[in-house]
Design a protein around this ligand. Structure first.
Ligand code: ZN
Length: 368
């Protein structure tokens, strides 16, 4: 089974009142549409991603992502994309509006698992509002229990959707409508409150984040004939850090900080030092599963503050390199990372250059 993810980003967004269409506006550290692209990639559910846009997107380098031109109306953009992939042998297709950047990867997984027994799976939410409707001049009550507010991503068996879409000449606001208009079954699953559509500028501020903080500490002895790794890079020095792994105190303290903020115990639980398979493991390889988990759960790193405690090497000399390495490993901007060097007045093991310690505080944003 192969899946394709179609991202509809061709809308004009008249209510957004900006020269830059809303799907390209900056939203939580990146263009709004990229949130959906990144989640589709991270879910590993898709062989290909098609972005439908009326503005050329030059920043896309990934070969599995294609950008095609859209139509005037949403349903025409969707038709164009389905036409574009018609010979590419996809079993399923997910269609998503770029104006909904806040869905979770869990929702993608839930949609996909329901698609095994259905040809159309659509998320929906209920409303808390009382609902009225107007016929001529009379206002009537509507039972809100019977109302379904559909969201995207919606997912479908490709062939079934393609055939329905090909014949459609009328304006529909989502693909679920095509199924319902043709009396075909749609499986509705629970959507997400945060997966709202960004329509006006005030919607950009609508999501409320929860903040979580985590603290991490680590210390390793320095020994001769070992390479010194700090923040994922090799630092020229007379000794290296002793340990089961490469002894990278910065990454170890950082992992504990991240786990702390996610309330997921500590580094030792994930990497017990009595397990042979973790022997001599490089610390970036210890960090990456933690970052995958962080992404999947819907956390974002807000900032990282680090105290590296040692007499030598001089932190000022390697600060830029270490921050660059951390920014690459964490895929965050350098401006989100701070590294301070602390000496200990030649006191104790650290003062005698026999150990290096590190403490880290991380702050995470969370939305589910
Ligand atoms: Zn350690």
């Amino acid at each position: 089974m192969t899946n394709c993810f179609i991202l509809l980003a061709a809308g004009k967004g008249k209510r957004f009142k900006s020269n830059n269409p809303k799907q390209f506006t900056n939203y939580i550290n990146k263009p709004l549409f990229m949130h959906s692209v990144d989640k589709a990639i991270k879910s590993k559910l898709f062989k290909s991603i098609i972005i439908v846009s009326n503005i050329p997107i030059k920043s896309i380098k990934d070969k599995s992502i294609k950008v095609i031109k859209g139509g005037k109306e949403r349903y025409q953009s969707s038709q164009k994309a389905l036409n574009f992939i018609k010979n590419k042998k996809f079993t399923n297709v997910f269609i998503h509006d770029a104006a909904r950047p806040n869905f979770s990867i869990k929702l993608l997984e839930k949609l996909y698992s329901n698609l095994k027994k259905n040809k159309a799976v659509v998320p929906h939410i209920k409303t808390d509002n009382s609902v009225k409707y107007k016929i001529r001049n009379k206002i009537n009550n509507l039972n809100r229990e019977n109302l379904l507010f559909t969201q995207t991503p919606q997912c479908f068996n490709f062939k079934t959707l393609y055939n329905l879409s090909k014949l459609n000449k009328t304006k529909v606001t989502d693909e679920a409508s095509l199924f319902l208009n043709n009396n075909k079954k749609v499986k509705f699953i629970k959507g997400e409150q945060n997966n709202f559509k960004i329509t006006t500028k005030s919607d950009l501020k609508k999501i409320s984040f929860k903040n979580f903080y985590g603290i991490g500490f680590d210390i390793h002895r320095l020994i001769k004939n070992k390479k010194l790794y700090l923040g994922g890079i090799k630092i020229p020095f007379h000794s290296g850090l002793k340990g089961h792994s490469d002894g990278d105190v910065i990454l170890h303290a950082l992992i504990d900080g991240l786990l702390g903020a996610m309330r997921k115990m500590d580094i030792g639980t994930f990497y017990p030092s009595n397990k042979r398979r973790f022997k001599n493991i490089r610390s970036p390889n210890m960090l990456s599963p933690i970052l995958k988990y962080l992404d999947k759960e819907g956390y974002f790193i807000n900032n990282v503050d680090i105290n590296l405690i040692c007499e030598k090497p001089k932190v000022s000399k390697y600060r830029e390199k270490i921050i660059t390495s951390l920014s690459n490993l964490l895929t965050i901007n350098k401006e989100q990372i701070n590294l301070k060097g602390k000496t200990v007045e030649k006191l104790g093991l650290i003062g005698k250059e026999e150990a290096i310690a590190c403490e880290v505080i991380v702050s995470l944003n969370y939305y589910a």
